[in-house]
Design a protein around this ligand. Structure first.
Ligand SMILES: [Zn+2]
Length: 404
């Protein structure tokens, strides 16, 4: 059975301009036809279900490249002490499913306790649970206390053997770590990073490195990192190193917008050291990102954990909407075109995750991870919050406001 999706427009995210009046044919898990609605409709095929999405634009499913499904940030992390693995797992399922319903069909995880992301991926892939496509790191916290190339190599090998899709490494301090005078201080050597990264590459997998300041960013780039996460205190030296080594930048601009001093002080639940760290992270981040766009880097969208004034579960939000949409918006407000920002959330993300031949764009032969949003996001990115249809691997996840 073929499903025909007909819509007011289509952005395939390959670099083509928006196509008005478009159609997609989906057979099984795959896209088999994409093009002008008249052409797609008129080509001969067997039994068909048609879904009309008038006024909507079809897009590839969105990607969040920096997700912690269950981990908590201060002040709620103290609850972890009394939490069981089951409590943790339920939170992971909730957040994963929230993302899928919001049109974020693929998540790259960046570290979860109990390898919960790894286990959830298996449960989704074997049909036990509904959920988004997960590309998982497993528990990455080991790299905050490891020492020596052998240990980095051993830990990476063990995770890859268990099914990790990539290796996540920490090269510096962090906003949520009450550590040093500055969040930019480095916590490992380039040789240690290289040992783990080489193991990932040996498996045909990639490695992403949490790096806040230039010293850590340069170290990660020189060690062969595929993406740098955060770069909150990025300068020209770090940008140059990323250009030289063709590193993808995953900036989390929404983190430094959300973790802002006024909001945190008003909320009254965040410790002072956390506010100090957030202030340091936010000072130059968005300007540095703009500088990085001028240097021609490749970008991907990732959200990470945002501050929660109350203990809640579910998708990260910013201004009441899924935070990934804010991330796309901040990219477009700081040097990228709306089209480039959408590609950061689709094609670039799939390529970074080494699944670019199967995902990330709307083309015949690719897996049918498709969303429809109510309007033209190139005119107004906020329409990304108006999700009319979500499809993952050709399976219809949800529809609203469509005529089936
Ligand atoms: Zn993170």
């Amino acid at each position: 059975m073929t499903t025909l999706l007909l819509a007011g427009g289509l952005i395939d995210c390959t670099g083509n301009p928006r196509l008005a009046g478009a159609g997609i044919a989906v057979d099984g898990e795959y896209i088999t036809d994409v093009g002008p609605a008249d052409e797609v409709r008129s080509r001969p095929r067997g039994a068909c279900t048609t879904i009309n999405l008038e006024g909507a634009t079809l897009l590839p499913g969105l990607w969040d490249c920096h997700v912690h499904l269950g981990s908590l940030v201060p002040p709620w992390d103290s609850r972890a002490a009394s939490e069981t693995e089951a409590d943790y797992a339920y939170r992971c399922v909730r957040k994963a499913q929230d993302n899928l319903f919001a049109g974020i069909t693929s998540l790259r995880t960046a570290g979860d306790r109990f390898d919960a992301d790894l286990r959830l991926k298996k449960a989704i892939d074997n049909g036990t649970l509904m959920g988004p496509r997960l590309l998982v790191s497993g528990d990455s916290s080991w790299s905050r206390g490891a020492a020596g190339e052998d240990e980095y190599r051993r830990r990476a090998r063990a995770l890859l053997w268990k099914g990790a899709d990539h290796i996540k490494l920490f090269a510096s301090g962090a906003i949520a770590a009450p550590v040093a005078e500055s969040i930019t201080h480095t916590i490992c050597t380039s040789a240690e990073l290289r040992a783990a990264i080489q193991e990932a590459h040996r498996w045909g997998r990639h490695a992403c490195v949490h790096a806040i300041g230039d010293e850590a960013v340069c170290m990660a780039a020189e060690a062969g990192a595929d993406s740098v996460e955060h770069g909150f205190v990025l300068g020209q030296a770090g940008i140059d190193a990323m250009v030289r080594h063709q590193v993808v930048y995953s900036p989390q601009l929404t983190v430094t917008a959300a973790w802002n001093e006024k909001f945190m002080r008003t909320a009254g639940v965040f410790p002072d050291w956390l506010i100090d760290n957030a202030v340091e992270a936010g000072r130059v981040h968005h300007a540095a990102f703009k500088q990085a766009t001028a240097a021609g880097l490749t970008f991907v969208t990732g959200v990470d954990n945002l501050p929660r004034p109350e203990f809640t579960a579910g998708i990260e939000t910013f201004a009441g909407k899924p935070a990934l949409l804010a991330e796309i918006g901040f990219m477009a407000a700081n040097g990228l075109s709306p089209m480039q920002a959408l590609q950061a959330a689709t094609r670039n993300a799939a390529q970074l995750n080494r699944v670019g031949t199967r995902l990330g764009t709307l083309e015949a032969g690719k897996l049918a991870d498709i969303i429809a949003v109510g309007g033209d996001p190139l005119q107004d990115l906020s329409v990304l919050a108006d999700v009319r249809l979500v499809m993952k691997s050709g399976t219809h996840v949800r529809t609203s406001g469509a005529n089936a």
